[in-house]
Ligand binder design. Structure first.
Ligand SMILES: *[C@@H]1O[C@H](CO)[C@@H](O)[C@H](O)[C@H]1NC(C)=O
Ligand SMILES: *[C@@H]1O[C@H](CO)[C@@H](O)[C@H](O)[C@H]1NC(C)=O
Ligand SMILES: *[C@@H]1O[C@H](CO)[C@@H](O)[C@H](O)[C@H]1NC(C)=O
Ligand SMILES: *[C@@H]1O[C@H](CO)[C@@H](O)[C@H](O)[C@H]1NC(C)=O
Ligand SMILES: *[C@@H]1O[C@H](CO)[C@@H](O)[C@H](O)[C@H]1NC(C)=O
Ligand SMILES: *[C@@H]1O[C@H](CO)[C@@H](O)[C@H](O)[C@H]1NC(C)=O
Ligand SMILES: *[C@@H]1O[C@H](CO)[C@@H](O)[C@H](O)[C@H]1NC(C)=O
Length: 352
């Protein structure tokens, strides 16, 4: 058969050489079937391969290459079952492909915790594939999974950094092609955490031996650091207060709103048992070495915002004892003129 084919081809070539002047026309007429096959191959195979495989692959690849940068998250209007979340972000790409990306619902979850469980769902707006694009979203979120949200808050509060992934299915329309392609938007961002609010300072303190009208005998200014990019409205927060392993009272901060990038200065008030504090002040090393500076520990007890319990914040704040050193000796001297010497004031306990 191979020989026959060869024979036919050579024969054809010989024939085609005869009416040479007719040029392409004769050639094209004679080989119309070959052109038809080529056309069919292009239409049936190449175009779909480009449109159905290459372009969507390219679109997904371009989307994967783009970078999502978190500029800030602000959580306000916090209620037991909902909150308002505002996210400012920037999407950076090479800007080489003109494309429009449809709006989509993005799940947000902790990248380093399996199984990946969304703690929030965000409606992302339509975007383009411009080089630099701001995407600012403000949205009321129903808390669908309080456990996942609590875990996110725990990591945000505890960790030096944490990785959050935004993932959603959407469609992209590449300029010049009418078809829209399915793509997956998946970006992981690394953000700074609050490291247990390490570095919280309490100063400008006053002590009274009698409780005031709110039942408090201690006041001070708390300076809460702002390492993270997340600002959040907590409301009225109370803390367990421990001294040397024993619970000695309750700390209150009202209308607390921890803001990123701002000095968070708040009035801190507390109701603290006098006895254990005076005992500690009269004992080593507090009566001499630390000069009356006591290592209190605080741990979240309640978070109530306009009457709504925010357990997703409370359960995060209650997982860790944060040490805050307070100059109680100096404050006592300043406020009521008492200095406790080593060994105490004649050993007389002063329980309240
Ligand atoms: C987002 O940007 C707007 C406009 O600059 C600003 O007012 C707002 O505080 C920002 N929000 C966050 C969460 O960074
Ligand atoms: C989005 O937020 C950024 C700050 O993160 C701000 O500079 C920009 O103006 C905001 N854009 C819009 C459209 O609100
Ligand atoms: C973040 O903190 C949580 C809770 O303290 C811890 O279990 C987790 O391993 C930390 N993750 C990372 C990535 O540091
Ligand atoms: C209290 O601490 C803050 C934060 O470190 C500091 O700026 C301020 O000067 C201190 N105030 C006093 C009276 O020491
Ligand atoms: C906090 O400290 C108190 C007193 O030492 C202790 O009873 C409690 O278990 C500690 N809690 C945590 C979460 O470490
Ligand atoms: C908090 O924000 C202020 C104002 O932007 C800044 O000066 C300060 O360094 C920040 N503190 C921390 C601990 O991030
Ligand atoms: C905090 O408590 C005070 C006193 O009970 C109350 O007047 C105020 O509305 C509370 N604030 C919030 C944000 O719940």
């Amino acid at each position: 058969m191979g020989e026959n084919d060869k024979a036919i081809i050579s024969h054809s070539e010989n024939v085609s050489e005869k009416p040479r002047r007719r040029g392409c026309v004769g050639h094209c007429v004679k080989f119309w079937w070959a052109y038809l096959i080529l056309l069919i191959v292009v239409v049936v195979v190449v175009v779909p391969v480009v449109l159905l495989v290459a372009v969507p692959k390219m679109a997904q690849h371009k989307l994967d290459e783009a970078e999502l940068i978190l500029d800030g998250i602000t959580v306000t209007n916090t209620k037991t079952g909902s909150m308002t979340m505002a996210i400012n972000s920037t999407i950076k790409s090479d800007g080489k492909v003109k494309a429009n990306i449809d709006p989509f619902i993005g799940d947000m979850y902790l990248e380093d915790l399996e199984p990946h469980t969304p703690f929030a769902r965000i409606n992302f707006p339509a975007t383009t594939a411009d080089k630099l694009q701001t995407v600012n979203v403000t949205q009321e979120i129903e808390i669908a999974d309080a456990h996942a949200l609590t875990t996110f808050n725990q990591w945000l509060l505890a960790n030096e950094t944490l990785r959050v992934t935004v993932k959603g299915k959407t469609h992209v329309k590449v300029s010049g092609i009418s078809k829209k392609y399915s793509v997956t938007f998946k970006k992981t961002i690394e953000m700074p955490g609050l490291m247990h609010l390490d570095g919280t300072i309490v100063n400008q303190t006053t002590i009274s031996l009698e409780n005031d009208e709110l039942g408090n005998n201690f006041r001070g200014q708390a300076y809460i650091p702002n390492r993270s990019l997340v600002s959040f409205e907590l409301g009225n927060v109370t803390f367990h207060n421990y001294l040397l392993g024993a619970e000695v009272g309750t700390v209150f901060i009202d209308n607390l709103f921890v803001r990123a990038g701002e000095v968070n200065q708040y009035l801190m008030r507390a109701t603290i048992e006098n006895g254990p504090v005076l005992n500690a002040l009269g004992a080593h090393p507090y009566c001499d070495e630390t000069k009356g500076v006591l290592p209190f520990q605080i741990r979240g007890k309640t978070v109530v915002n306009h009457g709504q319990d925010l357990n997703y914040f409370r359960d995060a704040l209650s997982t860790y004892n944060q040490t805050v050193e307070i100059d109680i000796g100096g404050t006592l001297q300043k406020s009521v003129g008492i200095t406790i010497p080593c060994g105490g004031l004649g050993g007389g306990d002063n329980h309240s």
